[in-house]
Design a protein around this ligand. Structure first.
Ligand code: URP
Ligand code: ZN
Ligand code: ZN
Ligand code: ZN
Length: 488
């Protein structure tokens, strides 16, 4: 039957342990993980001998059905999730964008879009303006709507970008709510100026995208966000870390004891900027995303940072536009909708460049693609683990068979693929989402309406809203330095 499932003989991998074991699932929940489990005839058995049985991937960064740059992404909450399932990802966290500054209206719109979901999902919320209403709505989102993270855009001037005073207000509010502050770190004013300069010089093609917003602007904004988060003393999550410049700021902050999390995305780990110089506009335009994919060298440095723990988890920033949409910018790179694919390719590409290359272990792979995300957003061990009581979101990867990426057979609605032609060892042969086998024998059985909204609880501080650093600062103010009067 479909509600009882036994995965036999595989190597079960969690972030901190692996063992050869059977996994028994009933009604969407993992019931037992033991070396030998015997079951009756009514149980569907999957043989995983010689294969890895791992928690389904969790993508911390996606944009499905996202209205952006005068158009909307081609993947919606069904097609994007179907693609994810075919690639071994069983949950994603998408970004709710407020409508005219209203968080509630934005949330309701995304609730509606997500009704067709075929896998579990959660939400981050973007903050695009600031007033008393936004402040109150943030509280509502955390206390009643299951959101525990807010993203602030330091770029996209004239659209999503916010100024430093708003960033400070937002960080303070996040701290008081026990929510995680996230930043898109690029200096939006400088990017705007860089873009203007490129157009003035007659550089209108996709290479102008890279030239107009160099890594130094990502480094500057990352450093600024880190310092402001330090000033407020709240944890910070830097999304899509694309450059050595940004990564090194994160490394420095972490070394000094600051709570900063860095999320590289697959495109930044696996590709380089040379694509933006491709003579064919259509080819070059599909690589346009922000911050840009960087020069050769940044990719390898980000991989190394991931393998050593300087960066903690891998996202995709899946945000896809067809060739016809990318062509809006044929005469002006500023009008190319920003975004690339990855939700379907993340697990395979990360396996290929990180595990097959010998940079990380299989347990590390589980941590970077699933467990760490679940921990950061407070949904572990319901998600991100193969343990009794966890949701039965499970993948089976065969290290001896091969994957190949091509737009001809991928499941996204996108008409291109930035990983076109990429192949490697390590294929996800089975995906189980909520106890249902949704991907097997290269066949996808995604069912609209089966995905659930996963509420994410905030974190709390022991000092009743104040942490130790604040407490010692305040007590130092209460004991001002006493100086002797002059006796002259
Ligand atoms: O180019 C990108 N990254 N598009 C999606 C929006 C964002 O900044 O994450
Ligand atoms: Zn069955
Ligand atoms: Zn962003
Ligand atoms: Zn994004």
């Amino acid at each position: 039957s479909s509600n009882k499932l036994l995965i036999k003989g595989g190597t079960v991998v969690n972030a901190h342990h692996q063992q050869i074991a059977d996994v028994y699932v009933e009604d969407g929940i993992i019931v037992a993980v033991n070396p030998t489990i015997t079951v009756g005839d009514d149980v569907h058995v999957i043989d995983a001998t010689g294969k890895f049985v791992m928690p389904g991937g969790i993508d911390p960064h996606t944009h499905l059905e996202f209205e952006f740059m005068n158009t909307v992404t081609v993947d919606n909450f069904f097609s994007g999730q179907a693609a994810a399932l075919a690639g071994g990802t069983t949950m994603h966290i998408d970004f709710v964008i407020p409508i005219n500054g209203s968080l509630t209206a934005g949330f309701e719109a995304y609730e509606k879009k997500a009704k067709k979901s075929c896998m579990d999902y959660g939400f981050h919320m973007a903050i695009t303006k600031w007033d008393e209403t936004v402040s109150r709505e943030m509280e509502l989102m955390v206390k009643e709507k299951g959101i525990n993270s807010f993203k602030f855009f330091m770029a996209y001037k004239g659209a999503l970008m916010i100024s430093d005073d708003l960033l400070l207000e937002g960080f303070k509010k996040c701290k008081s709510l026990g929510a995680l502050a996230m930043v898109h770190a690029e200096n939006g004013d400088a990017v705007y100026e860089g873009q203007r300069k490129m157009i003035e010089l007659g550089i209108t093609g996709p290479e102008g995208h890279a030239l107009s917003r160099p890594a130094v602007l990502e480094g500057e904004a990352t450093a600024r966000a880190i310092r402001l988060a330090d000033f407020v003393n709240t944890p910070l999550y830097v999304v899509h870390v694309m450059s050595i410049d940004a990564m090194e700021e994160i490394a420095k902050a972490r070394k000094s004891g600051q709570r900063v999390i860095g999320e590289p995305v697959v495109s930044g780990l696996a590709l380089d900027e040379s694509w933006l110089w491709h003579p064919d506009f259509e080819t070059a335009a599909k690589y346009v995303m922000s911050p840009p994919i960087r020069k050769q060298g940044h990719d390898k440095a980000l991989q190394a940072a991931l393998s050593t723990g300087v960066l903690q988890l891998v996202g995709t920033d899946h945000c896809v536009f067809n060739s016809t949409q990318k062509a809006f910018g044929i005469d002006d790179f500023r009008k190319i909708p920003n975004g690339v694919n990855g939700i379907e390719e993340r697990m395979h590409v990360v396996w290929d460049i990180m595990v097959e290359s010998g940079q990380i272990s299989v347990t590390d792979f589980v941590r970077l693609t699933s467990t760490e995300c679940a921990r950061i957003f407070n949904i572990y061990p319901r998600k991100g683990a193969i343990l009794p009581g966890s949701d039965a979101d499970i993948i089976i990867l065969n290290p001896n068979s091969s994957f190949e990426v091509t737009a001809k057979s991928h499941h996204s609605r996108l008409d291109t693929n930035i990983y076109e032609g990429r192949r490697g060892k390590g294929k996800i042969e089975v995906t189980i989402a909520g106890g249902r086998v949704v991907w097997e024998n290269n066949e996808l059985k995604a069912v609209p309406g089966t995905g659930r909204y996963i509420q994410m609880e905030p974190f709390s501080y022991v000092f009743d809203g104040l942490d130790k650093k604040d407490a010692s600062y305040l007590s130092s103010l209460q004991a001002p330095v006493k100086r002797a009067k002059s006796t002259a």
